[in-house]
Design a protein around this ligand. Sequence first.
Ligand SMILES: [Zn+2]
Length: 65
Amino acid sequence: MAQVQAVCDSCGSALVPNAAYCERCGSRTRKARRMVRVAIRVELVFFLAVVAMVIAFTWIYTAQK
Ligand SMILES: [Zn+2]
């Protein structure tokens, strides 16, 4: 398990447990940043899968002619 971040990286004020944002300065916690990174990675993988599928279908279509 990852340790819970208790203090804001930017302003140093105490955070609510499992908070995604600092209540004082509004910056993302490390946990929220990690979640954003994971979401971007998932989106990228999904986008690449769609591109690969389009390329594959185009190749199949042109190969059948
Ligand atoms: Zn802060």
